[in-house]
Structures are given as structure tokens and as C-alpha cells.
Design a protein around this ligand. Structure first.
Ligand code: 13P
Ligand code: SF4
Length: 325
């Protein structure tokens, strides 16, 4: 199955960049909805009409009435918006903003493995795909999940079914632990969360006694086990909003701290560093810059296209996820 691609555009000469509020106001006048993931930098978050986790952004896209959506995030997120809101022109600041998790699971490999597993089991497994995957992989899946609803999605599948979970082995491992379900796991991982090490985390915990450690389920098992809470980004945000005067050590993409400091300023936040360097920023998310956002808004490009045959099947799997409450 061919992976869908968008349309590249030429780079325009640099121009004066308006303030985020001005960008947002201009986009509103033009009928463009700007969505941003919480892993985008502060400027992009401030420019957006809505900032959220993957689940909230998918819901926004499903309900959007805008004629155009500018998605500040990575490719699979914009594809998801296009699948759920096909009548809108969906475009991104940088078409090359990908994802190591999505790259780890090619549709043709998944299709071959599903065939192998079906022959071995004597029946089809139920394929659950983490939303961090391509539209073509979504089209081969029965249901999608995000970090925010993965547990509920797994629990919605009858006990007697065999679950094939793609592409994140760490999220899959955590789901096995919390649901008690035995699942076949794809071996993909997120290049950012994979790099958090339990040694550096424990050193940080020793420096901040009394701090509460939050880890994303994309982190390896040893890091999750050293954390007080394993939560997706929306779950983390809910927890810090309820707290006052506490210190949180956060093992997820470091731009998340911008939202925490803005929406729950009464606490102290410490970003967990990667194993070998302080880098805990997603290089794919970082490809989106204020300048590229402003240029993309003028051009309504580069646009995301999803072949109709893939879109219809991927939408079915996404809708099944959105129905799980
Ligand atoms: P959530 O926002 O759903 O927690 O996703 C994390 C992530 O890695 C997105 O790329
Ligand atoms: Fe992909 Fe990880 Fe970046 Fe999220 S943080 S987009 S999972 S590489």
C-alpha cells in the first residue's frame, strides 16, 4: 500500500513575523483553524486556537467546521486531522516533521505480519494501533488509541481476542501491566522517551526529595517503574492543575513544561534529561518554527493528502476509538 504524501512548496523570502496573538487573529479572519500539540514551542502554542494532546486534537479535527486547518505537530497528527475532516485543506508548517514511532511500522510490514499471526493463531488478531502511525497503518488496524485512552480501548476488546499492538513496545508493555492482557507487541519506540534513563532520573529524584515524578507511557519500563505516576500528556496536565506548591519531575518532551508553567504556575517543574545529554526535545516537532508557520498560513501549504481508499478505512478505526469513552 502506498504511503500518502503532501505537496512540497517553495520557500518564500523572510518577512517580519507578527506576534502569536496577531497570527491567530489573522488566521481566524482567513477561516483557518490552528491546532498545536503540547510538544510545540511556546510561540506555536500561543499562536494556536487550540493546544492539546493527540486525543483532544483528533476530537477537535473531527468536530472542526473550518475550511482550512493548520496543524502544528507531526505528520501523522495532520494526517489524522485530514482523515477526520476531509473537506478542509489541512496543511503543516513543515512536511518533513515525522515521528520515529510512525517510521518504525511500515504498512507493508504490518500487513505481512498480520498474515503470519493469523495463520499461526488460526484467526485474525485484533490490531490496535497507537495514533502515532501512518494513515496506511491506521487503515490496516481495527481500532486506534492515544496515550489518553489506551487503557480504555484495550479494555473494550473482548478477553478472548488476541491483540496485536503497534507500534510502541513501551506503551504496549505498560498496557499489558495495567490491564493484565497478553498482547503481541510491535518493537517500535519514541526516540525522545526511549532516551530517558533510570540512572539520571534517580539522580534527579535524589536532588529533589519530595518531588513527584511523572512519566509518559512511551518511556521504557525501568523509567516508568521509578515514576510516581505514568500518564499521557493530558493526564499530566490534569494532575498538575490540581496541585499547589509541589515539585514535579517530568519525563516527557520538555516543551510540555511550557503548558504546565502557564496553566499551573503554582508548582515547580523539573524536566528529566536524556541519558547521555540534556536533550529531551523532539527533533521532529522542532522542525516547525514560527517563520514556517507564518509562511504556511499565507500559502495554505504544504498540504496533507490521504488517498480516499486509505482514508475511509483509517477513519473507521479512528471512529471506533472516538466512540470509546
Ligand atoms: P500524547 O499527547 O497523546 O500524550 O502523545 C505524546 C506524543 O508522543 C505525541 O507525539
Ligand atoms: Fe514521535 Fe516521540 Fe516525537 Fe512524539 S515525541 S512525535 S512519539 S518521536
Amino acid at each position: 500500500m502506498e504511503e500518502p504524501r503532501g505537496t512540497p512548496v517553495p520557500v518564500l523570502p523572510a518577512r517580519d513575523l507578527p506576534e502569536p496573538e496577531e497570527i491567530r487573529r489573522w488566521a481566524t479572519e482567513q477561516g483557518i483553524l490552528i491546532l498545536a500539540h503540547s510538544y510545540q514551542d511556546g510561540f506555536l502554542q500561543e499562536s494556536a486556537h487550540f493546544v492539546g494532546d493527540s486525543l483532544e486534537l483528533a476530537r477537535q479535527a473531527a468536530e472542526a467546521r473550518a475550511e482550512a486547518i493548520c496543524f502544528c505537530g507531526v505528520h501523522f497528527m495532520a494526517e489524522t486531522a485530514k482523515i477526520l475532516c476531509p473537506e478542509a485543506t489541512v496543511f503543516v508548517p513543515d512536511l518533513e516533521a515525522g515521528c520515529s514511532l510512525a517510521d518504525s511500522c511500515r504498512a507493508e510490514d504490518l500487513e505481512r505480519y498480520q498474515g503470519h499471526l493469523s495463520r499461526k493463531l488460526g484467526r485474525r488478531p485484533v490490531t490496535v494501533a497507537y495514533i502515532n502511525c501512518s494513515a496506511a497503518v491506521k487503515a490496516l488496524s481495527d481500532v486506534i488509541c492515544t496515550s489518553g485512552n489506551a487503557r480504555k480501548v484495550i479494555e473494550s476488546i473482548p478477553e478472548e481476542e488476541t491483540i496485536l499492538f503497534v507500534p510502541d513496545q513501551h506503551l504496549g508493555g505498560w498496557l499489558q501491566e495495567v490491564t493484565g492482557r497478553d498482547m503481541v507487541l510491535w518493537n517500535g519506540s519514541c526516540m525522545v522517551h526511549e532516551l530517558f534513563s533510570v540512572d539520571t532520573l534517580k539522580a534527579l529524584q535524589a536532588e529533589h526529595p519530595g518531588a513527584i515524578t511523572l512519566a509518559h507511557p512511551e518511556c521504557p519500563k525501568a523509567v516508568r517503574e521509578a515514576a510516581d505516576h505514568v500518564l499521557g500528556t493530558a493526564g499530566m496536565l490534569r494532575m498538575v492543575r490540581k496541585a499547589r506548591g509541589l515539585t514535579f519531575i517530568v519525563a516527557t518532551e520538555a516543551n510540555m513544561l511550557y503548558r504546565f508553567r502557564k496553566e499551573a504556575p503554582g508548582n515547580t517543574y523539573v524536566a528529566a534529561p536524556g541519558a547521555s545529554c540534556a536533550c529531551n526535545l523532539c527533533p521532529h516537532m522542532q522542525r516547525n518554527t514560527p517563520e514556517k508557520l507564518w509562511e504556511a498560513l499565507q500559502l495554505r501549504a504544504p498540504a496533507i493528502e490521504v488517498p480516499e481508499e486509505i482514508r475511509v478505512r483509517a477513519r473507521r478505526a479512528l471512529e471506533r476509538m472516538l466512540a470509546v469513552r
